[in-house]
Design a protein around this ligand. Structure first.
Ligand SMILES: C[S@@+](CC[C@H](N)C(=O)[O-])C[C@H]1O[C@@H](n2cnc3c(N)ncnc32)[C@H](O)[C@@H]1O
Length: 201
């Protein structure tokens, strides 16, 4: 496992402002989604970073929970939201925090999957599948670039790999080039909307 599986790796980057993944505001594809799907229920943002999206989900009528294991990121995220939302931003490990099964209607992904070690992808997929209620929405930005695991993060997905990873638990409903490509992801990022299937086991 790489250093990126430790919070200190990310703390150092936030402290030194080496955050090329940071969009700086609410990404436009998400803004469009929220306009189309207001009041969507309970949302989880894993690996939320400084959490530009948290207030936007709340403003659209969602009940937001966000989690990140970097205390520096969590502090920055809490400083940007209304007081009532600060306690919804959890300092903790996405893989370990005791969330109840099927406790979210929507999980929003942005640059978390590509930040974890590729060896953790199956655990990530199983965790997302376990936390989303059947029929729930799994949406966000996905980075496609086959890279040597030693080079990342970011760690890109390969097309076939992505299908194998997600097809068992998710039905892909929408897949478009990201309108929001930062230099680090340019031309290799997709906006996707999937539904958690009712398949169990
Ligand atoms: C590349 S950053 C993305 C942050 C944010 N999603 C964004 O789009 O700006 C990856 C984030 O995942 C967090 N992270 C990595 N592994 C984690 C884990 N196991 N549990 C919680 N957060 C984790 C890091 O601390 C970091 O803030």
């Amino acid at each position: 496992m790489s250093d990126a599986t430790e919070p200190q790796f990310w703390d150092t980057r936030y402290e030194s402002k080496q955050t090329p993944w940071d969009f700086g505001s609410v990404p436009t594809a998400l803004q469009a989604y929220l306009k189309k799907h207001p009041k969507g229920g309970r949302v989880l943002i894993p690996g939320c970073g400084v959490g530009h999206e948290i207030q936007a989900f709340a403003a659209a009528g969602y009940e937001v929970t966000a989690i990140d294991f970097s205390s520096v990121a969590v502090e920055a995220a809490r400083a940007k939201v209304d007081a009532a939302l600060t306690e919804k931003i959890i300092a903790g490990d996405f893989f370990q925090h005791p969330f109840a099964p099927a406790s979210f209607d929507l999980i929003y992904e942005r640059t978390f999957l590509c930040a974890i070690d590729p060896a953790q992808r199956t655990a990530y997929r199983d965790r997302v599948a376990a936390l989303l209620r059947p029929g729930g929405a799994y949406i966000g930005y996905f980075y496609y670039q086959k890279t040597d695991p030693k080079d990342g993060p970011p760690h890109g997905l390969a097309w076939g790999e992505s299908d194998l990873l997600f097809a068992r638990h998710f039905l892909l409903l929408r897949d478009i080039p990201s309108p929001d490509g930062l230099a680090i992801f340019a031309g290799r990022e997709r906006w996707q909307e999937s539904r958690r299937t009712t398949h169990v086991g």
